[in-house]
Design a protein around this ligand. Structure first.
Ligand code: GLC
Length: 694
């Protein structure tokens, strides 16, 4: 959308927006709607608080705040899509790149109020009866979700930092020696030379190109971090070039805007401009030519620790304190202060200056687009892994997100579950939180439970902060390690199901992870979710819990109390609420009545291996269908129809079942399954097994 200068915006007439009272004042637009007692509000992507967003005020203004306590109003992104479910069910999407305040019964119990200090905004109201149709309409308007390469569905290991070749090599070797599956290892800021973006420390990486190649041969992708702030240092090519070309953000007062981030004083690239995005993309050349296939874009809210003025202000205050004592009022050393952002000016493709705050939430989007420019230039046609910390609606088409600096707290494990659902319904299918927690020390029980949740987190990455306890899977002793390895083997075993369902959801524009209320008339459940169409996950998210209450809505469910991927301990449950035990080495996985799940043998890494043997587990009391999906896993050709499917239908006939298979094969992607094993459970939980060999 275009951002008009204030003078050009129209104040009249006051727009009519279905379901809302709207008012326009000298500041901008205000929307209000009365909520009935049983109305629920979902959406808002990456936000704190409950899944039903009522009872909190949300500020959609991308902010780097590493302490995610319940009182915080904003996180790193802005996803202004709401679904109101109740007497009047509808969806609302606010297409606006600046700050939006959404007060959902915080100030006034039964009032939803939205405040935007501008009137140049596009508002979409989706009036559909079914919640899933509202999501579909929203995704039709905003675009189809991002699809990473297939290997990105594997387990990923990160730490701030694995700073050099030998550490990374050692980590990789340990994964393989111990048989814990892993597809990617991350490189945090210490791989660079003095935090200068697009440099690689020659000292710590003697032969970077050779190293990337070596790791890839062992089945590991390396994923380097890229931060936007460019160190101010003459002779550093990115700085020199950026200054020469006028590619950095300006200060509203004079000259270029200075921020202090990891490298010290730095300039911020102006991603609002297409030439800058192309330039930034081209800077990925060396990394991409070395064989890197994924990046994580960090600090792109943008995060600003200090500015030179704030630093000198700090010295002034210290100086004054020496003479006049401590004045608490005057001390404001906080990072990311609003005055920093008020000082930034960006320039559009048309050469017109825009105050940064008008388009603040687009900064991370611009950086992600710039990174995609690089991928398109140096790896055309190839899928890539791209995570961005800051995002807004639209980014969901080109990147996934991790949810930033969480803590090793049980509360954040629960937040992870809720955010997965809220993000998926706003289009961010490929997302996840740092497993085990980023800040603070984690411990064995929390790590195990989080890893069990990770099995069902589309992005499954264990990441932790400098100075905290190490949290690689082997850091807690043999017993926790064995439990976590079994959980991750399950993730790899489930890949045929996960990938098929992910791609179905992308094609059908249906959230991959969804709350139960999207499928069943059910009471509020915020800690269970559908993973694709057949599996419901009910992770244990409390300390010392030896089980949990589970709400099983509407249909019968087959519980698989999981310990090992090749062991079954199953039971059928009628609809209802149950307390079900789950020891630390057990996970509660539910298969919905009349659906199928597909599995294969787990591997050490996903690589390019195709699936030869498929086990179909079904809970069939009538009829169930599952569509197995294959594509090349690494290009965008699937968009042009280069994919194959095998539709499997199982129908109950008296005491037996009929099995129907229908292949729809594309010549480029043959389905290479030569063995199909069926394990079908009936309403009593009795199973039959069949094997079909081609
Ligand atoms: C930020 C990121 C975190 C990263 C750290 C150092 O806090 O959110 O993931 O490890 O910076 O780069």
């Amino acid at each position: 959308m275009t951002v008009l200068p204030v003078e050009e915006r129209s104040l009249d007439p006051i727009p009519t927006i279905n379901h809302f009272d709207s008012t326009v004042d000298e500041k901008g637009l205000c929307l209000a709607q009365t909520l009935l007692p049983h109305d629920k509000v979902f959406g808002l992507g990456q936000t704190l608080g409950s899944l039903n967003k009522r009872g909190k005020l949300y500020r959609l203004y991308a902010t780097d705040d590493p302490v995610h306590t319940p009182d915080k109003e904003c996180l790193y992104g802005s996803h202004p899509f709401l679904i109101i479910v109740g007497a009047n069910t509808f969806g609302l999407f606010l297409d606006y790149p600046g700050e939006i305040i959404i007060d959902i019964g915080f100030t006034d119990l039964d009032l939803l109020q939205i405040r935007i200090n501008n009137c140049d905004i596009d508002i979409y109201v989706f009036e559909c009866k079914r919640i899933l149709d509202i999501v579909r309409e929203y995704l039709t308007v905003t675009g189809s979700p991002y699809v990473p390469p297939k290997w990105a569905f594997g387990y990923q290991q990160s730490r701030w930092s694995y700073p050099d070749e030998s550490t990374i090599l050692e980590i990789g070797k340990t994964f393989r020696q111990k048989g814990f599956p892993c597809d990617a290892i991350y490189m945090d800021i210490d791989y660079m030379d003095a935090y200068k973006v697009f440099t690689i420390s020659e000292q710590r990486f003697k032969n970077f190109e050779g190293f990337v190649d070596l790791m890839k041969r062992e089945g590991f992708r390396l994923v380097p971090i890229i931060d936007p702030a460019v160190k101010v240092e003459e002779g550093y090519n990115v700085y020199d070039d950026g200054v020469k070309k006028g590619f950095f953000c300006k200060s509203a007062r004079d000259g270029l805007f200075f921020a202090a981030v990891w490298p010290g004083f730095a300039h911020l690239p102006d991603f609002h401009n297409n030439d800058v995005r192309k330039w930034w993309g081209s800077l990925h050349k060396r990394l991409l030519e070395a064989g890197i296939e994924g990046f994580w874009n960090d600090m792109n809210e943008p995060s600003i620790f200090y500015t030179p003025e704030a630093v000198s202000g700090f010295y002034d205050i210290v100086e004054q304190m020496r003479h006049r004592g401590f004045d608490r009022e005057k001390i404001d050393f906080k990072s990311n202060r609003s005055e920093f952002f008020e000082d930034i000016v960006q320039t559009g493709d048309d050469g017109i200056s825009v105050p940064h705050n008008r388009i603040h939430n687009l900064y991370g989007f611009g950086m992600a687009q710039a990174t995609v420019e690089g991928f398109n230039q140096y790896r055309p046609g190839q899928r890539y892994l791209l995570l961005t910390r800051s995002s807004c609606t639209g980014v969901h088409r080109i990147a996934g997100i991790w949810t930033g600096d969480n803590m090793s707290w049980w509360e954040h494990l629960l937040s992870h579950i809720r955010m997965l659902m809220s993000l998926s319904m706003t289009g961010f299918f490929y997302s996840g939180a740092d497993l085990g927690g980023f800040g603070c020390d984690t411990h064995a029980e929390l790590m195990i439970r989080w890893m069990q949740l990770g099995v069902f987190s589309p992005l499954c990455r264990n990441h932790s902060a400098m100075g905290t306890r190490f949290q690689e899977p082997w850091a807690f002793g043999d017993k926790p390690f064995d439990i976590m390895r079994e959980a991750m083997r399950l993730r790899y075993a489930l890949l045929p199901y996960t990938y098929s369902e992910y791609m179905r959801c992308v094609r059908e524009l249906e959230p991959f992870i969804s709350p139960l209320i999207f499928h069943f008339d059910t009471v509020d459940v915020e800690d269970q979710f559908m993973y694709g169409g057949s599996i419901m996950a009910a992770p244990v998210c409390q300390s010392n819990a030896k089980g949990r209450y589970v709400n099983l809505p509407s249909v019968r469910w087959l519980l698989w109390r999981f310990r090992r991927f090749d062991e079954r301990d199953v039971a059928v449950y009628e609809p209802g609420v149950y307390y079900i035990s789950a020891e630390l080495d057990e996970m509660l996985i539910f298969i919905k009545e009349n659906t199928l799940v597909s599995m294969t043998q787990p591997v050490d890494f996903i690589g390019h291996r195709t699936c030869k043997s498929l086990t179909v587990i079904g809970f069939v009391t009538d009829k169930a269908t599952f569509t197995y999906y294959e594509d090349d896993g690494e290009t965008f050709k699937y968009k042009d129809g280069s994919f194959s499917t095998l539709s499997i239908t199982i129908e109950k006939e008296d005491d037996d079942y009929s099995i129907m298979l229908a292949k729809d094969e594309h010549a480029d992607v043959p389905i290479e399954i030569n063995e199909l094993i069926f394990e079908i459970y009936d309403a009593q939980g009795h199973s039959i097994c069949r094997r079909i060999v081609e």
